[in-house]
Design a protein around this ligand. Sequence first.
Ligand code: DX5
Ligand code: ZN
Length: 224
Amino acid sequence: MHKPLIAASVMCVSMWHRPEETLRKLEEEKIDLLHADVMDGIFVDNLMLGTDAVKALRRESTIPLDIHLMIESPEKKIAWFEPQPGEWVSVHAESTKHLCRALVLIREYGAHPMAALNPATPLCMLEEAIDMADGILLMTVNPGFAGQKLVPQTIGKISRLRQMLDDRGRQDIRIEVDGNVSFENAVKMRQAGADIFVCGTSSIFGKTGTPEENIARFRACVGD
Ligand code: DX5
Ligand code: ZN
């Protein structure tokens, strides 16, 4: 299994309370990725992080971006975000008629393409596109909002996806989990085969503990 990667969820950082200090702390703690949620109000019922915000994050931080596109027809808008080598970009299978095109386009920028699935979307949706991806993002809550409760069936889905990848000899493809990745849930998600963890209000940006304390606790939970 891959070394676990921690992706800090930017939408869970207050924009009004010295966000640059939080970024510096995340850098000091050697967080692996900054998870940037992009929402268009159509694919999901919320609006979040536009192109300027994503580009500012890239400028202001040394941590590679993990851009999660929750937008309709993402293949038409990937260029707006100017993906960079080493970044991760995920597109939802439910949001496009052209999943393969979107994944190929992301790779042309030198970024890691990922296909994302909502909790109710079956794994068979990935069958023909999986080999074009470097990772699969499984939503473990319905996308759109922070602070929701885990959809419990998604834990079994992680195991089934890991098995599907093993059967295809694609142990190299990473599994990212996003939504209510709490300290407790992360243990089960890791056991099921997840290796990128989106950390938001359920863990490192929770009401208790400092981000530094919470990051150390989270690392211990996923065996990092
Ligand atoms: C949506 C987001 C949220 C959130 C995760 O794609 O990525 O799921 O930031 O944080 P919590 O821990 O609040 O679910
Ligand atoms: Zn996300």
